[in-house]
Design a protein around this ligand. Structure first.
Ligand SMILES: [Zn+2]
Length: 80
């Protein structure tokens, strides 16, 4: 993501992943979803505090087949 304003008005942390860029608050276009992202390596965190401490709290689990069908992603699964 190229920020036009190089002063990074919304920076919240110096990136601990690449050590080369600022982590700034970003928003997904057309939504009300916000998170923070490094301007250099594009690492993402859910919350400014997570970027400052470089912790990823989001845990992943395997969804059920029913859930996958529900969100309409079943058609993308590669079945050999
Ligand atoms: Zn980075």
């Amino acid at each position: 993501m190229i920020l036009l304003n190089e002063t990074y008005e919304f920076k919240v942390a110096w990136c601990k992943v690449c050590d080369q860029g600022w982590v700034a608050i970003v928003k997904a276009k057309g939504t009300n979803q916000y998170w923070v992202q490094c301007s250099e390596c594009y690492s993402e965190w859910d919350h400014p505090l997570h970027a400052q401490l470089n912790i990823h709290i989001r845990e992943t689990i395997d969804p059920s087949s029913e859930e996958i069908q529900e969100i309409g992603w079943g058609e993308y699964i590669i079945r050999d």
